[in-house]
Design a protein around this ligand. Structure first.
Ligand code: NCD
Length: 422
């Protein structure tokens, strides 16, 4: 099967398989979360809603340790032996550069052997095999399936398939969602959170016991606190179709006193979707939807209020041909960053972007790359460390990393010190 779009004719077995899981899919996330655990440990990673602040802190701490250990030969040798008996399938039927490569690098750090299917026309799906049969086959040969698909619920359905197999005494492996349609991209949200955790520690290699970067910032911003709480987060661009925005916004609701500002055209395709708006409202999150960085909230332009800015590209590959004319009429220039806008942002406020950025649209022009607030390249590298931490947690070797780290570093468990490791 080369196309992932549902057909107009009688349902295919793939579609029937998805329908079979529909009842389970339509339950509230909190009811599903226990099913993605095994023995209290993370097993399948499907939604960002599976993670709470303690888990995010723990994962960030493990990522920091992997990062530091990877700088030394002994550390690399230790890490690469941890999971060298495991094999992973990267089943990516939607384009990917960073997610694919950073998962592969994360596997390599821990010694996991990787294999990939990226083009379903090279697999037996062209001979009529269903995706669910393909997945079950992968689970026969591999110990983990990392998957990206255009179909929003495929990864979730595969997690149920694996759980059902395990209940009937069959082989079953963890599923990681590496991007599901326009719905969720939980591991991108993990790397975004990890980047924010590191940024909002406000440490600097030049910090001394007398003055630190944080002290200096506090003289300029007296209300500033360390950590992800008490912050204003801006999301700009294609909010409606950005699965990374959906996953990150959900994760940020775990933190105290956050404000989310969505800066997007007032357009049904590009603006915040009703379901996410409702979910955020139900959680009592403070949020605003504006059409421009210049719009004011409490008399102050949005661009000057942000503690972090998450830029996104306009995902025009998903445009409906019927909407092209309407899209051409929208003024999208307001969803591009410029040096003059950046100069009005808070001096510490990181600029993130899940990437790829669109050189033709230019939501972040390259002249901003040298600004110390431009975090997107570091953010992408953070993906490798946090994904390695996630894999170590799923396979239960994270405690070994912590113990080895303490042996090497004499019990130092100070994220501030580790923050300085690039
Ligand atoms: C994003 C995605 O695929 O959702 N990229 C990524 O995984 N880093 C965002 C995008 O494609 O714009």
């Amino acid at each position: 099967m080369s196309s992932e779009s549902p057909s107009d004719q009688s349902p295919t077995q793939d579609e029937l398989d998805l329908l079979h899981y529909e009842l389970r899919i339509n339950r509230p996330v909190r009811m599903k979360i226990p099913e993605f655990l095994r023995d209290e440990r993370l097993r399948h990673v499907i939604f960002s809603g599976q993670f709470n602040v303690d888990m995010l802190e723990e994962l960030g701490g493990i990522a920091d340790k992997i990062r530091v250990l990877s700088k030394m030969r002994e550390g690399q040798d230790f890490l690469i032996k941890l999971l060298h008996h495991k094999r992973a399938m990267l089943y990516f039927t939607q384009p990917s550069t960073r997610t694919f490569l950073s998962f592969m690098s994360a596997c390599q750090i821990l010694g996991i052997t990787c294999n990939e299917v990226r083009d379903p026309t090279t697999s037996s799906e062209t001979k009529g095999e269903t995706r669910f049969d393909s997945i079950r086959m992968f689970s026969s040969y591999f110990d983990l399936i990392i998957m990206r698909s255009k179909l929003a619920r495929l990864a979730e359905s595969c997690a149920y398939l694996m759980n059902d197999l395990s209940e009937t005494g069959n082989r079953s492996v963890p599923i990681i969602n590496a991007g599901s349609g326009a719905d969720e991209h939980p591991t991108q949200a993990l790397l975004d959170i990890y980047t924010l955790q590191r940024t909002f520690q406000f440490t600097d290699p030049k910090d001394s016991p007398i003055t630190t970067r944080f002290d200096e910032l506090r003289s300029e911003y007296p209300e500033l606190t360390r950590g992800l709480s008490n912050k204003v987060y801006g999301f700009c661009g294609d909010i409606g179709r950005g699965r990374t925005v959906r996953s990150l916004a959900s994760l940020l609701t775990n933190y105290e006193n956050v404000t989310l500002i969505f800066i997007a055209p007032n357009d049904p395709t590009l603006a915040l979707k009703d379901d996410l708006r409702q979910r955020l409202a139900d959680q009592g999150v403070r949020m605003h939807e504006v059409e421009s960085f210049e719009d004011q909230i409490d008399g102050i332009p949005v661009i000057e209020q942000l503690d972090a800015l998450y830029m996104t590209r306009i995902q025009k590959e998903h445009n409906d041909p019927n909407d092209e004319k309407h899209f051409a009429e929208l003024d999208l220039s307001r969803y591009k960053l410029s040096q003059s806008l950046v100069s009005r942002m808070k001096t510490f406020a990181p600029i993130l972007h899940p990437f790829p950025r669109d050189q033709h649209f230019g939501e972040i022009p390259p002249e901003i790359d040298d600004d110390p607030r431009a975090m997107y390249f570091r953010q992408a590298r953070n993906g490798m460390w946090i994904r390695a931490a996630l894999l170590a947690t799923i396979f239960g070797v994270h405690h070994q990393i912590t113990s080895f780290f303490h042996e090497e570093y004499g019990g130092v468990n100070d994220r501030v010190r580790m923050t300085n490791a690039k």
